[in-house]
Design a protein around this ligand. Sequence first.
Ligand code: ATP
Ligand code: MG
Length: 198
Amino acid sequence: MSVTSTSRIGVMGGTFDPIHHGHLVAASEVAQWFDLDEVVFVPTGEPWQKDDASLSEHRYLMTVIATASNPRFTVSRVDIDRSGPTYTIDTLRDLKTQRPDSELFFITGADAIAQILSWRDHDELWDLAHFVAVSRPGHVLNTDGLPSDDVSQLEIPALSISSTDCRDRVQRGHPVWYLVPDGVVQYIAKHHLYRSKE
Ligand code: ATP
Ligand code: MG
């Protein structure tokens, strides 16, 4: 590896409850268009689940299973292992500390980025990472107030998959094959996830 090389690292934060092909296609597309060396998936912590850390572990393990076959995809426990609610600023600070020589690209839905100005310490966010707002074709991102140098947009092929819909399907006994990776379908069945309302 050359001494001057800086790795370009995508950061895909999410609840991943469960991870689905929308997340994976978004990460793959951003990696392609931004020439990323790696995409780190970072499942969020679960402050309201203090007594049941197993739900966090299920989300973490499903993310590991879903990303295992891609040599450029990895999973980080920084948010799951930190106590309290997950703030993106903490995620980025922790990853930057672990990889001081990397350039970070935070991947997030266009809907979430519209609220970014209300996030804690949002000014520092632009110093820590470049932001990539992913949206479905035809979705218009309102960029009012967002620094254009620090935020890019990328259209992802139309995928109307959401974790909410996957959970509802499992709850109703409907299939989630092909919406989530095969290993995740099997993991959900093995551990009886999403069968009853939380
Ligand atoms: P939920 O339905 O529970 O809100 P979700 O499907 O939105 O779940 P999250 O874990 O909340 O999944 O999403 C993590 C990130 O992935 C967010 O930035 C979100 O905008 C983005 N994302 C979710 N679904 C898609 C999709 N189908 N295509 C592209 N990006 C997506
Ligand atoms: Mg969501």
